[in-house]
Write a protein that binds this ligand. Structure first.
Ligand SMILES: [Zn+2]
Length: 909
């Protein structure tokens, strides 16, 4: 080992000399140097790594293909042109390979560009095989591992453009790719030889194209901070910025990246973002998830400190690596790497949301809150010894120089230490397996005879998607925690991704009440799904014989024969899909449970005339039914489908997007409406139910939405900008529904409509007088609840909203909705669910000031005129996570005109 190092060092010296002369000889593009100098707004914003560009005959630079240099003012590149560039590079050199990864929602390609020396590119599959062995070292002897480590190459994966308004990284990455292929010099030779660099040119291709269209349509003439036009209403199809919070990989684009990751196992993923000045490099600060490997927590600051060192040595100010994003939530997209024993790295550079040069005020406005975005990033701190300037003229080229200098510094340290980083990857994988033998919990049991197996399948299949092994016990399992029959689902911790299984399934114990976190404090899958997952501290679980499950498919069952089918309401979200699939069939819901033979048919179960088609769909949707020969003598009502609208602001479509995604997934049919349709009125003639999902920050911002400017801002289709006007069109997205819109909503309710509001949207009926008796209050500044899972108590279990919920208290994700207050006399009638609000009711994560929520309503149902307003202080459709709560929303929609009956009534409505 030692000898090898000496040889390497000697080789490095020789290379260094060779590289120096190569650099001297390599022809340079003088126009590039001149232009870059001109576009860089201060000399210290340029580095010796980016002030020049070599010219190599036969190898196209971005300008050769696109006609402009990276960082040219007012130039942004669509994905087709990004890919065109990379493919031109691929055809010109044997150092590049473009790998297709999949297709997005809107059918765009996702690709990864691989760069290395010719030998490596020729033998990519071999190197992929080595990484697979290091990712799952079970069965490797120490000697075998050493041999593989000696031959394997470190993959360093870059991604840009996950957030579409953060426009710089997809541009910079083209220039980086060109340099990595064409530039001579020690670092470049070392990178090509020792490593494989991968580039995802646009992590969210749909959003990239929409944003570039929007930029050319609306933003290209911006000159000052005050003329800036807001971003487009949509990036990708559904979820905007939350594409970086899709912990369960609901979105097809994100799922494709995960599949690529698990195919290739890049030990380092480096996701390039833009927000704070001038360059923040993530170092994994507290709160940290203690389950991840200590090596990771040492690697992160090592690399970010190296970048800072290099950039300070070039005289570049404003680089810092602490005081921003922490290491608690595992739900960020790039965390797929940390979660699988690799390493997520992340930058935030300063961007202007386009490609215009403008003066920017960097210090926060007076009065900016204590939130993570409001802090002053221009102060000198121990982790920011050379802070960003308070005011700066900033350009796309500055941004490019910063990112590229940082990234080239990262590649310098990584290529010089490629073997150490590979060894670390192997050790982290091995430690993960070993920790399953050493540390409780040793595993999890997911009982396989739960009332609703569709949510069990959801959990198991997400674990499988993440590469976690799940087995089925081949015989009865006896553990200290209890006995479980053969067929029970077993997750053992002594597997490569055993740590991830623990992170996803355990209850989150927040380490320090005084620490804030960048995103959610809790995500426990069993609690979110209302499915039973047993944590096991009995080591015997590791020896339980199992058969591995590939995908858990739950077969629907129909017991017996008869002309009527009772489909059990056991809380499955597939029930609503069944209703919509068979929309022309008569459905009834029973209002009380009854027994058919030994089977308990719970309240809310569907009665449907039997037919082959009905039977097939029940089976397809994994539901349970019992055939009856005659209708039971319990009260029941028609389950007719409402004409349903979902309202979205133009300025805050993201949380609506999650509800759209869930509704599309569970096949609910709705019109997506905006202020235009609300203002037009006549709503009761068109709709029975209007849903206002959680969105925006307050009732006022839902009503007035995007601030009006002197000129309208349209979001409409055109030949020139084909991606605009998707998912809704507007000739002017500003102004909101306004007070006239509120009046129309009030008319809708008074005329018999049902208005459903979720989370923050529940401020609206209270604050704007649709429910004059209800107050919506806010928590104190001391209160802090970053998405904990808390207990709520169902106070009216007979209400159809709670069909399928069998216990009095249920876990709900706290949504920071209003603290509702209902007059004393109405409480019994109008409050359907309330927060317990005791210390022990915080089931996972952090809620500081829990007493502020004590006995506050979580759902209220308030009559108004001939209609009613159903207000959720919770958000029963949060980021494809709390699928246990979704049924309350589905039930509310299916039973929209069926208030609970007195128990004596036996007639259908
Ligand atoms: Zn971002």
């Amino acid at each position: 080992m030692k000898k090898q190092l000496v040889i390497l060092a000697a080789a490095a010296l020789i290379l260094s000399a060779a590289a120096a002369s190569a650099l001297a000889q390599q022809a340079q593009d003088p126009d590039f140097a001149k232009s870059v100098k001109e576009w860089t707004t201060r000399p210290e914003f340029l580095s010796p790594l980016t002030d020049h560009l070599p010219k190599v005959s036969g190898i196209p630079s971005p300008k050769d293909v696109l006609g402009y240099y990276v960082g040219t003012p007012k130039k942004l590149t669509h994905t087709a042109d990004l890919y065109r560039y990379y493919r031109a590079l691929e055809s010109a050199t044997k150092r590049v390979k473009v790998i297709p990864v999949g297709r997005t929602d809107e059918g765009r390609e996702q690709v990864v560009v691989v760069i290395a020396d010719e030998e490596t590119i020729r033998n990519l599959d071999t190197y992929k095989g080595y990484l697979a062995k290091l990712a799952d070292p079970r069965g490797l002897s120490d000697d075998q591992a050493k041999q593989i480590l000696a031959q394997a190459k470190l993959v360093y994966f870059f991604s840009g453009g996950l957030h579409s308004a953060e426009t710089g990284p997809p541009e910079m990455l083209m220039e980086l790719a060109y340099r990595l292929v064409a530039e001579e010099g020690l670092v470049f030779d070392q990178v090509r030889k020792n490593m494989i660099v991968m580039i995802a040119p646009a992590f969210e291709p749909d959003g990239r194209d929409r944003y570039v269209d929007w930029y050319y349509h609306h933003k290209i003439n911006e000159e000052t901070e005050s003329d800036r036009v807001p971003g487009p209403p949509y990036w990708g199809k559904y979820i905007y910025h939350d594409n970086n919070r899709d912990i369960n990989y609901s979105q097809v684009t994100m799922r494709n990246w995960l599949k690529f990751y698990l195919d290739w196992h890049p030990p380092i993923m480096h996701d390039l973002h833009e927000s704070v000045p001038f360059l923040y490099t993530f170092s994994g600060q507290a709160p940290q998830n203690p389950t991840l490997d200590p090596i990771l927590y040492a690697e992160l600051p090592w690399l970010s400190n190296f970048e800072m060192t290099k950039m300070f040595s070039y005289g570049m100010p404003g680089v810092w690596d602490h005081g921003y994003v922490d290491m608690w939530s595992p739900g960020y997209l790039g965390f797929m790497s940390s979660n699988h024993n690799g390493m997520l790295r992340m930058y935030e550079t300063f961007g202007n949301g386009g490609a215009n040069t403008m003066k920017r005020t960097v210090a926060p406005e007076p009065g900016a809150g204590p939130g993570l975005g409001g802090e002053n990033q221009t102060t000198r701190e121990w982790y920011r010894p050379l802070p960003p300037y308070r005011e700066v003229v900033w350009s796309m080229r500055n941004n490019t120089n910063y990112m590229e200098t940082g990234v080239l510094s990262a590649l310098e340290v990584a290529s010089a230490n490629a073997k150490t980083l590979l060894q670390n990857f192997y050790e982290k994988s091995r430690n993960s397996i070993q920790s399953g033998f050493n540390d409780a919990p040793f595993g999890f049991v997911i009982p396989a005879i739960q009332a609703d197996m569709t949510r069990v399948a959801f959990i198991v299949n997400i674990l499988r998607l993440q590469g976690i092994e799940v087995g089925r016990a081949t015989s009865e399992v006896k553990l200290k925690e209890g006995s479980y029959p053969a067929g029970s689902l077993i997750v053992k911790r002594n597997q490569p991704y055993g740590r991830l299984a623990k992170i996803l399934l355990e209850k989150q114990v927040y380490p320090d009440q005084n620490l804030r976190t960048y995103d959610d404090a809790a995500w426990t899958m069993g609690l979110m799904s209302h499915a039973e997952v047993k944590e096991i501290s009995d080591k015997a679980i590791l020896d339980v014989p199992v058969e591995l499950v590939d995908t858990l498919n739950v077969r629907g069952t129909i017991q017996g024969d008869g002309s009527l089918l009772a489909v059990l309401h056991n809380g499955s979200n597939s029930l609503v899909a069944l209703r919509y699939r068979l929309k022309d069939v008569k459905f009834e819901a029973i209002e009380q449970s009854f027994k058919s033979g030994d089977t308990e048919i719970p309240a809310g179960s569907f009665l449907i005339p039997a037919s082959d088609r009905v039977r097939t769909e029940i089976q397809n949707l994994s539901l349970k039914a019992v055939a009856l020969s005659a209708p039971p003598s319990v009260p029941r009502h028609d389950l007719d489908l409402p004409r349903l609208a979902m309202f979205s602001t133009w300025g805050s479509t993201q949380d609506v997007g999650w509800v759209r995604y869930a509704f599309d997934h569970f096949e609910l049919k709705y019109d997506l409406i905006y202020k235009e349709q609300i203002r037009k009125g006549n709503l009761r003639a068109l709709y029975d139910v209007i849903l206002i999902p959680n969105q925006s920050r307050s009732a006022k911002s839902i009503v007035f939405d995007v601030e009006s400017k002197s000129t309208p801002i349209d979001y409409a289709k055109s030949n020139e900008f084909p991606t605009l006007g998707m998912y809704g069109e507007s000739s002017d997205i500003t102004g909101g529904m306004g007070l006239e819109g509120v009046v129309e909503l009030d008319k809708f309710v008074k005329a018999g409509g049902v208005l459903i509001t979720l989370g923050v949207a529940s401020f609206l009926p209270a604050d704007y007088g649709l429910t004059p008796t209800i107050d919506a209050q806010r928590t104190t500044p001391q209160f802090y609840a970053p998405g904990p899972i808390v207990e709520a108590e169902i106070t009216q279990p007979a209400n159809p909203i709670f069909y399928g919920y069998t216990s009095k208290t249920i876990p709900v994700r706290y949504a920071n909705g209003p603290l509702l207050r209902v007059p004393v006399d109405d409480r019994k009638k109008e409050i359907l669910m309330r927060f317990s609000g005791t210390d022990r009711s915080v089931l996972s994560g952090l809620m500081r000031g829990v007493a502020e929520t004590r006995d506050r309503p979580a759902i209220v149902d308030v009559p108004s005129g001939r209609g009613r307003v159903l207000m959720f202080a919770t958000n029963p459709c949060y980021r494809w996570q709390n699928l246990g709560e979704f049924n309350m929303l589905a039930n509310a929609i299916l039973n929209y005109n069926d208030t609970p009956k007195a128990s004596s009534s036996a007639t259908a409505e």
